[in-house]
Design a protein around this ligand. Structure first.
Ligand code: ADP
Length: 585
């Protein structure tokens, strides 16, 4: 846009110059008439000529008293001037087209253009200066009046406790420095995305009632070397001016990743930026009340230089919420939402294992949107169920008619197989939800089981896991026959293969393969030897057959669950347990 404007201005200028020069020459030199020297002498004698210019060696130019301009040969006679003067003709020894006024106006015109060009040039250089200044200054999210406090953060009690300590450090730094305590300058919040790291940093600023400056690590990694470092200095300058504050750098890994040290020599710009950050951090006094918080999803990728004492030496983990945390977050975010009495948040918290705080918030928000669209006054359980799939696996397919009945039937048995196998083979695992509603991401159904947390996994556990994976295919075979099996099991087979390969190759749990780590023997890139493949296949077949046997023995249960799934599409833990219990008695 700016470039276009300049092109237009310069073209206009060029046109003005050309036009004015043309009119200048055209206006000041009327057309010349060539006359013979004899005619010239006659006209001089006749007193018709006003003036003659003697500038050219070959030609004489002059003006008649009537204003006409003439040109004739110059006789180069030394006495010509005197003769002309004696005849009353004015004689000038320079070119007629450059009279004093002409020169003056020409000079003025040139002066005007020079002035305009100078003005434009200054303006554009000022613009460049401004844009350079803008580039090297960072766009901080300066939230001086933070209204978030610790009551806005639910769950994550341990992290909250650690952060609470910092409030006092910021408020009364002198209290600690008097005892010689070194206050933390840099803190790293690490954990998966959406777990509330930004929220926690904001709450810290809110509680301490200091300004909050939020930037992202990627803002500092620029194409031009040195620009990122400039931005860091600019950020700290701004922060210092405000006195006590919390600086939050999201995605610190963008600039603080471990230096590769490879042949490429690393990234100059990133190194400079990182060094600028470190020197700024060691530059401020410990009792200034400035705290820098950096957030990352992965602590292990950060450069050691960042983590040394006096830099980012405090690390606080902000992990995914547990069931209690999820319940607290759900409660917090449903405060301003009209939930129907049928909605049980506790149950929802149990069904949302591995959900982050952001996902939970999103879940309630999507449900609220669905309820608002329906206009029924409250958010129903069905709204939350629908929102669940939007959040987990893209949005629920709207056009249910497109679901061929047969597909629905297959999915029901497939998912019932997984659910039943889990309940029968691994009752310690919980099945919180089984469904046959497909999502746009293509997952046929959805069943979730929660294995209890363990440090070690036994061979039995791993085999159970494989069996649960294979149970979908086994159920299909039992109900639809050997040739009726479908592609629906592809993800399951992938997972089962992963487990069995590591069981045989890495954990020494197969008698034939023995207690050798085949990755070390062959290198993981070497692939798998034929003997290992044969062992894996054999073991997988045994596990599959045993899964099929268990399901066959409980075929009536499989039918009951599948039938119920066809009716209700989604079963929660309680409904599933009811079916199993009803059949058992
Ligand atoms: P992160 O910085 O870890 O990616 P955010 O702080 O940006 O996550 O979280 C995004 C949103 O998710 C928050 O604004 C908040 O609405 C919600 N949220 C996440 N964790 C929590 C929590 N523990 N308590 C309440 N809300 C949360």
């Amino acid at each position: 846009m700016k470039v276009k404007k300049r092109v237009i201005i310069y073209s206009l200028l060029a046109i003005i110059i050309i036009v004015s020069l043309l009119s200048f020459t055209a206006g000041n030199t009327p057309p010349e008439r060539e006359i013979t020297y004899r005619k010239f002498v006659e006209d001089v004698k006749a007193g018709k000529i006003d003036r003659v210019y003697l500038e050219d060696r070959d030609k004489l130019r002059g003006i008649y008293k009537n204003g006409d301009v003439f040109i004739t040969d110059n006789p180069r006679k030394p006495s010509l001037k005197e003769e002309l003067l004696l005849q009353g003709v004015k004689v000038e020894e320079k070119n007629g087209s450059f009279t004093a006024e002409n020169i003056l106006s020409f000079v003025l015109l040139i002066g005007l253009f020079v002035g305009i060009i100078y003005f434009l040039d200054r303006k554009s250089s000022r613009q460049t200066q401004n844009s350079m200044a803008k580039l090297s200054s960072v766009n901080v999210d300066d939230n001086s009046t933070v209204e978030v406090d610790f009551s806005s953060v639910a769950g994550n009690e341990e992290a909250k406790e650690s952060v609470k300590e910092l409030v006092d450090f910021i408020k009364n730094p002198k209290k600690y420095t008097k005892y010689g305590a070194r206050l933390p300058r840099g803190i790293i919040f690490h954990g998966p995305p959406g777990t509330g790291k930004t929220l926690m940093a904001k709450a810290l600023a809110g509680e301490a009632q200091v300004p909050f400056y939020a930037v992202s690590g990627s803002d500092f990694v620029q194409v031009y070397v040195g620009l990122g470092a400039g931005r860091i200095r600019d950020l700290f300058k701004k922060a210092r001016q405000s006195g006590k504050c919390v600086i939050f750098i999201d995605e610190i890994d963008a600039l603080g990743k471990k230096r590769s040290g490879g042949i490429d020599g690393g990234n100059d710009e990133r190194d400079q930026t990182l060094n600028a950050l470190l020197s700024e951090m060691s530059g401020f006094d410990e009792n200034e009340g400035i705290v820098v918080i950096a957030a990352t999803n992965r602590l292990d990728v950060l450069d050691d230089a960042l983590l040394r004492p006096g830099r980012f030496d405090r690390h606080i983990e902000i992990g995914l919420p547990d069931v209690n945390g999820r319940l607290q977050i759900l409660k917090l975010h449903s405060k301003n939402k009209p939930l129907d009495a049928t909605v049980d948040l506790k149950e929802l918290a149990e069904q949302t294992v591995f959900f982050s705080g952001a996902m939970l918030e999103n879940l309630l928000n999507e449900a609220a949107i669905l309820a608002a669209k329906r206009g029924s006054g409250t958010i129903k359980k069905s709204d939350i169920d629908k929102a669940f799939y939007t959040v987990v696996a893209g949005s629920e397919k709207k056009d249910r008619s497109s679901l061929i009945e047969k597909d629905k039937y297959i999915t029901a048995y497939h998912e019932a197989g997984h659910a039943l196998a889990t309940r029968l083979l691994a009752p310690e695992n919980r099945v919180t939800k089984v469904t046959i509603i497909p999502s746009t991401k293509g997952a046929g159904g959805f069943s979730m089981n929660i294995p209890p947390d363990r440090m070690y996994h036994s061979k039995r556990d791993m085999e159970k896991q494989i069996k649960i994976c294979l149970a979908g295919r086994a159920a299909e075979e039992l109900v639809f026959g050997r040739d009726g099996i479908t592609t629906g099991a592809s993800n399951d087979l992938e997972k089962a293969t992963q487990i069995i390969v590591s069981l045989v190759k890495r954990f020494g749990m197969n008698n034939k393969a023995g207690m050798l780590n085949y990755d070390i023997l062959y290198g993981s890139s070497e692939g798998i030897g034929d003997d290992i493949i044969i062992e894996c296949r054999k073991q997988m077949e045994e596990l599959y057959n045993s899964t099929k046997k268990v399901l066959k023995e409980n075929l009536s249960l499989l039918h009951a669950i599948a039938q119920s799934l066809l009716e209700k599409e989604t079963l929660d833990e309680q409904q599933l347990n009811e079916i199993i219990f009803a059949k058992a008695v």
